[in-house]
Design a protein around this ligand. Structure first.
Ligand SMILES: [Zn+2]
Length: 341
């Protein structure tokens, strides 16, 4: 798992290897062309779900723009600008991340104020803001001046999972580039070398919804896979014992607080699968193919309408947590509404 450990490390920084984002070839070719033809604009936003490869593509685009070579393919990899960029010390490049309030208005302002200093080693200055959709309104506003009057050499590259969370004034000034989801078989081929269990890699590929980063994260982490398994166990107990399982389920949520997203996605896919199994009887359409016994065992117990409303309760919890509601109370509230719904 040496290679696996390396990829996990990259995943922590939100980056996939070039090989693993082959599906973004079209976008990468487009970026290569505009770089080679000198038709680069001043601001771009790479959009797509978390784990699709936005940061990797942004990093590759920055490498193309920063390369100081006059001829041939960029990045050349050999010029001073390329070498400095690779070592993380190219002064013409700046990257901040807004994820989980990582970058505030001051950091954005400071980084942008350096944009007026001309590039040293590269033909351009590139500023990447990761997860720009998580910036506060104030922080987004602080980008406006640069977007309105960018220095000739400046390129601002944003990444965003939720394009609509960007202010209209930002959206109207950036070129939007959507990254594509991989097909089910592409994701499977990316993860299957990391897993022994065929059914499990089928389930993870399907669960990832074509997002390779999400699939890799699950495939490479025994901890996350164990949480998925335990979520199924919790759902079974909840199904059997109803309100008597409330305390046990709530403490499972408490113990795995940092991975609540995985629990909720697993729950959603579980209820979704029971609906699909009930309505179609086709096991090939299930997300959790490795759990088809459990899923088919539940058909006929609840109406599809009831199951769909459980999925809505999960969405409610997500919204509440995003708005910083009390974790334990919100989780209990969801569980009660699911059990008694
Ligand atoms: Zn170069």
């Amino acid at each position: 798992m040496k290679n696996g450990a390396r990829v996990v490390k990259q995943m922590l920084f939100g980056e996939m290897t070039e090989r693993e984002i082959t599906v973004q070839k079209e976008v990468i070719n487009y970026l290569k062309n505009i770089s080679a033809e000198g038709k680069v604009g001043h601001a771009y936003v790479f959009c797509g779900p978390r784990g699709i490869g936005k940061r990797t593509v942004a990093g590759m685009f920055a490498a193309m723009l920063l390369c100081g070579s006059d001829s041939g393919i960029k990045p050349c990899g050999g010029c001073t600008a390329c070498r400095l960029y690779r070592n993380g010390t190219n002064p013409d490049f700046k990257k901040v991340t807004a994820e989980n309030s990582g970058a505030g208005v001051d950091e954005i302002r400071k980084a942008l104020s350096e944009m007026i200093i001309k590039p040293v080693y590269s033909p351009r200055k590139v500023f990447v803001i990761e997860d720009a959709d998580e910036l506060t309104v104030q922080a987004q506003n602080s980008m406006l001046k640069t977007l309105e009057e960018p220095p000739e050499y400046a390129v601002l590259v944003l990444t965003a999972s939720n394009y609509n969370a960007l202010l209209e004034t930002i959206r109207s000034r950036v070129t939007r580039i959507n990254l594509k989801r991989n097909s089910y078989s592409e994701v499977r081929s990316i993860i299957e070398k990391h897993l022994d269990n065929n059914k499990e890699s089928e389930a993870i590929a399907s669960w990832s919804g074509g997002v390779p980063g999400k699939a890799l994260q699950m495939a490479l982490s025994p901890e996350l896979r164990a949480i998925r398994e335990k979520t199924f166990e919790m759902l079974e107990i909840l199904e059997e014992k109803g309100l008597d399982a409330l305390a046990e389920s709530a403490s499972f949520f408490e113990e795995n607080r940092s991975n609540v997203d995985i629990i909720l996605e697993t729950m959603e896919s579980y209820y979704r699968d029971i609906i699909v199994a009930t309505e179609t009887g086709n096991e090939n359409l299930l997300i959790n193919k490795d759990k088809n016994d459990i899923i088919f065992n539940k058909t006929g117990r609840h109406s599809s309408h009831n199951l769909a409303s459980r999925v809505c309760r999960i969405a409610d919890l997500r919204r509440d947590l995003k708005q910083n509601a009390n974790y334990a109370l919100s989780v209990e509230n969801m569980l009660i509404r699911i059990i008694c719904g």
